[in-house]
Design a protein around this ligand. Structure first.
Ligand code: SF4
Ligand code: SF4
Length: 281
């Protein structure tokens, strides 16, 4: 079973929720697919990580074969190949590796070269759980390929897989959640939290992925989030109270359900709610 953890914006508690699931739910694997800013491995105290590079392809033009017909430029939606007066200019960072320009070239002038866009790190946590995370190289525009490879290399029917997803509703978020069996939205009970959450709800409904909500810092804001969930028939799976000690543990890179015994069962209870109802569509 794959469970994606996501939020309308960064900093609302996705990694807090994912790390607490990872240490409390038996037989689980955790993946940090927030490849622009991964931090799950810090909370999980990852040991002995191995890494592999992730590559993408970009076109290379054989000037002797190219007739400057312009078809590759007409085809490319991303303006990654632009036929100019004397040569075809390639913007390799803009290429989405679709393979189309080679197919439309009438002269066989296009081949592809590979370049590294990031890495995947895999290992075990201090809590003896398996985890992996991706890291996008600085300056790269899309982490989708890393996310796809990250999920492929952790695909397992035998485990519960928690995916810490990129925030918002970007292509990277869609890539992280698209084959999830269930999604957990994390939101704070503030007007901004509700507003950001609405976009995620809309996206999950379009993708037909069942979901529920975990309210982080419950007690901090107002009642709007409860009214919204009631009106939209969204299940509240559980609430993490606004507790200064949780914030302090987070700042120290610690997992609060381990350090604070009164929260020991919170994530097992949330998980039971997920498996019991299988959420809202
Ligand atoms: S492979 Fe696709 S995205 Fe890349 S340059 Fe060719 S047509 Fe454009
Ligand atoms: S499609 Fe081929 S021949 Fe035409 S401009 Fe592009 S590389 Fe050159």
């Amino acid at each position: 079973m794959k469970i994606a953890v996501l939020s309308g914006k960064g900093g609302t508690g996705k990694t807090t929720v994912t790390s607490n699931f990872a240490v409390n739910i038996k037989n689980s694997i955790s993946i940090d697919s927030d490849v622009e800013e991964p931090n799950l491995h810090i909370f999980m105290d990852m040991k002995n990580s191995a890494f592999e590079s992730v590559y993408t392809l970009y076109p290379s033009i054989d000037k002797d074969l190219c007739s400057l017909c312009g078809r590759c430029g007409d085809f490319c939606n991303y303006h990654a190949v632009i036929p100019a007066k004397n040569q075809v200019i390639v913007f390799k960072e803009s290429c989405h590796d679709c393979g189309g320009c080679k197919l439309v070239c009438p002269n066989g002038a296009i081949t592809y070269k590979k370049r590294e866009i990031g890495q995947i790190f895999s290992g075990r946590s201090k809590y003896n759980t398996q985890l992996s995370y991706g890291l996008l190289n600085i300056g790269e525009m899309s982490g989708v390929k890393i996310i796809d490879q990250l999920k492929q290399s952790n695909d397992s029917d035998q485990n519960i897989i928690f995916i810490d997803s990129p925030p918002g509703t970007s292509c990277a978020t869609v890539a992280a959640v698209e084959d999830a069996d269930y999604a957990v939205i994390v939101s704070e009970p503030t007007p901004f939290g509700v507003s950001d959450m609405k976009m995620v709800v809309e996206m999950l409904r379009q993708m037909k992925i069942p979901f529920g909500l975990v309210i982080n810092k419950a007690g901090l804001g107002d009642e709007e989030i409860y009214h919204y969930c009631r009106d939209e028939n969204i299940e509240i799976l559980g609430e993490i109270p606004f507790d200064k000690r949780i914030a302090e543990l987070y700042a120290d890179g610690k997992i609060f359900s381990i350090s604070l015994p009164e929260y020991k069962n919170l994530f097992n209870d949330i998980y039971k709610n997920i498996t019991k109802g299988r959420g809202t569509l």
